[in-house]
Design a protein around this ligand. Structure first.
Ligand code: HEC
Length: 145
């Protein structure tokens, strides 16, 4: 019986290791980031009315997403190959990569802490936050296809 329990728990361990794919994890994190930003961008563009409470909820979600970013867990050595657009530059300049994400996180935190009360304030903060997407993608991502 005891042997069976051990065998089962070892199987479970092996399965969780197989499913913990850092490439999929980081892409899921980025997809979520893109989705939240897409929602806020509708307000910025005037496609949706400005609602301070709803905007704050979205900013908090964006901050939670940014706080989940763990470069060591999501970009471990060896995860530069496969179905990924992560550029080799990430592993050549991990400090610079982390600093780029830290700058992004700081801008998101500032926007959340300020809790924008009108769309013009949101626009300024949105511009500051999203400029980091392009900065990082240009340096640390390769275009495929
Ligand atoms: C510190 C760097 C960094 C910042 C900042 C950053 N990204 Fe990314 N992003 C990446 C990297 C690296 C990838 C490629 C991941 C892979 O394919 O393994 C990526 C991929 C993506 C993807 C594609 C995910 C997929 O399905 O393959 C989306 C969408 C995305 N980012 C959106 C955003 C948005 C929106 C922002 C800003 C609000 C942002 N990112 C900020 C580094 C960053």
């Amino acid at each position: 019986m005891r042997k069976l329990v051990i065998a089962i728990s070892m199987l479970a361990l092996a399965a969780s290791a197989a499913f913990a794919d850092p490439i999929l994890d980081r892409q899921a994190l980025m997809k979520e980031r893109g989705k939240i930003v897409g929602g806020i961008s509708k307000v910025v563009k005037g496609e949706e009315p400005f609602d301070a409470a709803a905007v704050l909820t979205q900013l908090q979600a964006l901050q939670a997403n940014a706080e989940k970013f763990d470069a060591a867990a999501l970009f471990p050595a060896g995860s530069d190959t496969g179905d990924t657009t992560a550029a080799p530059k990430i592993w050549e300049d991990m400090a610079g990569f982390k600093a780029t994400e830290d700058k992004y996180l700081a801008d998101v935190k500032a926007a959340t802490a300020a809790a924008p009360a009108d769309v013009d304030t949101l626009k300024t903060q949105f511009g500051a936050m999203t400029s980091n997407c392009g900065t990082c993608h240009q340096t640390y991502r390769v275009k495929k296809g």
